[in-house]
Design a protein around this ligand. Structure first.
Ligand code: UDX
Length: 449
């Protein structure tokens, strides 16, 4: 079959209708392919059929609706529908435990089902993030069925999944069967992006390595922020100067309360695990993960200093406002959010915490029971001894900080993201601690950011 064969022939199958599966299904549909997306969750599929994804993803509902309107997108709970697909993309979760071991049961469960279904399926594409060696294992399992395996990792950022699928930095296709790889590459025709054709192992490692590298970059920046505070430098000025060097680049240089989310922490642990399995020490990554674990403590020390005057001070009985709970702006996702670690540490110290996040108007699973969730930043700040800004929501720069200063209790504001305007807050009489900026006029402060 020619490279274009698959475009003219069968449909594209997608298993799993979460972030990755939906971006893949709607993206391929947008590119003109017929797509069958399958998920075992009946409620989710029913909701999707009505044109609603329930994900905070710009553009997703629109591409979903146009896919449905075009008649090219089928959503189903029936795996047998995949029998008319030539290529099936596996987009199911691969959770990683504390030791970095990936649970691949969902991936291999799907592969077992595809073998039983058979039909037109001739290529199984692993898009789920998996440790190196998984695709080869799948190949061995699939050999009797003559289905080929391709590794096609995703690099989608939450809150950008639609644009990241249709306008990616790169497309990575790993294969040991060139024709199968050609056919998957042909599905992406219409997208302008560098195409990396590599081995199965390289594709798998490229995904883990990319996220682990980003995590390492951030841990470096966060440690640098601590040094800036101690020495009187300003992290914004330091990173701006660094960013002009094309070898460094300007992305992923903003300090924060630690990196989180559903991917970076998981992928960093999984890569460390792969290293251990292979007998290769990944010391740099190990240190980056350890540094991130310490990031919450640095925020709490700063709160103690701001509220009590000492990094050893006691926060028992103090009321603290937490602005932002999501792991980053643009999403309501709480998975591995540093804001939650901060919240739990404060509660463990006997502080009371009132939190506000624009994407989390109602209590949801995963929030600490003792935490009070409010629907207005002013309510969170009322009588608070400290206001911690943990997520870089743009609306926080527009807050009525004078009103916050009025309702709070001589507050200190801790800007973990270094994105608030120091001048604006100081005009409101607020003492501001910005991550990576020494308090004005103070050289060699004892702050422990
Ligand atoms: C990440 C990868 O970027 C994406 O390619 C992969 O497919 C999934 O994992 P995501 O989890 O959506 O995407 O988050 P991302 O935008 O990368 O941010 C990760 C963490 O780093 C967040 O906690 C964020 O707040 C933090 N971050 C990011 C910073 O602290 N500073 C920065 O400059 C950038």
């Amino acid at each position: 079959m020619s490279v274009d064969g698959i475009l003219a022939a069968g449909a594209v199958g997608v298993v799993g209708a979460g972030y990755v599966g939906l971006a893949t299904a709607t993206g391929f549909c947008h590119l003109g392919h017929r797509v069958v997306a399958v998920d075992r969750d009946t409620t989710r599929i029913d909701r999707l059929r009505s044109g609603h994804s329930d994900l905070t993803e710009p553009g997703l509902d629109s591409v979903l609706q146009s896919g449905l309107d075009s008649g090219r997108l089928t959503l189903s709970t029936d795996f047998a529908e995949l029998s008319r697909c030539e290529a099936v993309f596996i987009c199911v979760p691969t959770p990683v435990d504390g030791a970095g071991h990936s649970d691949l049961s969902a991936v291999f469960d799907v592969i077992g089902k595809l073998i039983r279904i058979g039909g037109d399926i001739c290529i199984v594409v692993i898009k789920s993030t998996v440790p190196v060696g998984t695709a080869s294992r799948a190949e061995r399992l699939l050999r009797p069925s003559a289905m080929a395996v391709v590794s096609n990792p995703e690099f989608l950022r939450e809150s950008h999944i639609v644009t990241d699928f249709l306008d990616p930095d790169r497309i990575v296709i790993g294969d040991s069967d060139r024709v199968a790889g050609d056919r998957i590459a042909a599905l992406y025709r219409g997208i302008e992006a560098p195409l990396e054709r590599v081995s199965l192992e390289s594709a798998e490692l490229a995904k883990h390595a990319s996220n682990a590298f980003l995590a390492t970059k951030l841990s470096f920046v966060n440690e640098l922020a601590a040094l800036c505070e101690r020495t009187g430098a300003d992290i914004r000025e330091v990173t701006a100067a660094m960013a002009h060097d094309h070898r460094i680049g300007e992305a992923f240089l903003s300090p924060g309360p630690g990196w989180g989310g559903s991917c970076l922490p998981k992928d960093a642990r999984a890569l460390l695990h792969s290293g251990r399995e292979a007998g290769i020490e990944l010391g740099v990554l190990d240190a980056a993960v350890a540094a991130n674990t310490g990031a919450t403590g640095r925020v709490i020390d700063t709160v103690r200093r701001g509220v009590t005057g000492s990094a050893q001070g006691n926060l028992h009985g103090r009321r603290i406002a937490l602005l932002g709970l999501a792991f980053k702006a643009g999403t309501g996702d709480l998975r591995f959010s540093p804001a939650l670690d901060i919240c739990r540490s404060l509660i463990d110290e006997g502080a009371t915490v009132a939190a506000y996040d624009p994407a989390i108007p109602q209590p949801v699973a995963g929030l600490p029971d003792e935490m009070e969730l409010v629907d207005d930043p002013l309510l969170a700040a009322k009588d608070a001894a400290a206001v911690i800004v943990a997520t870089e929501w743009p609306e926080f720069t527009e807050l009525d900080w004078a009103a916050i200063a009025d309702v709070a209790d001589d507050p200190v504001v801790i800007d973990t993201r270094t994105f608030l305007d120091p001048g604006q807050l100081s005009r409101c009489g607020i003492r501001l601690y910005s991550n990576g900026i020494a308090p004005t006029g103070v050289l060699h402060p004892t702050s422990s950011w």
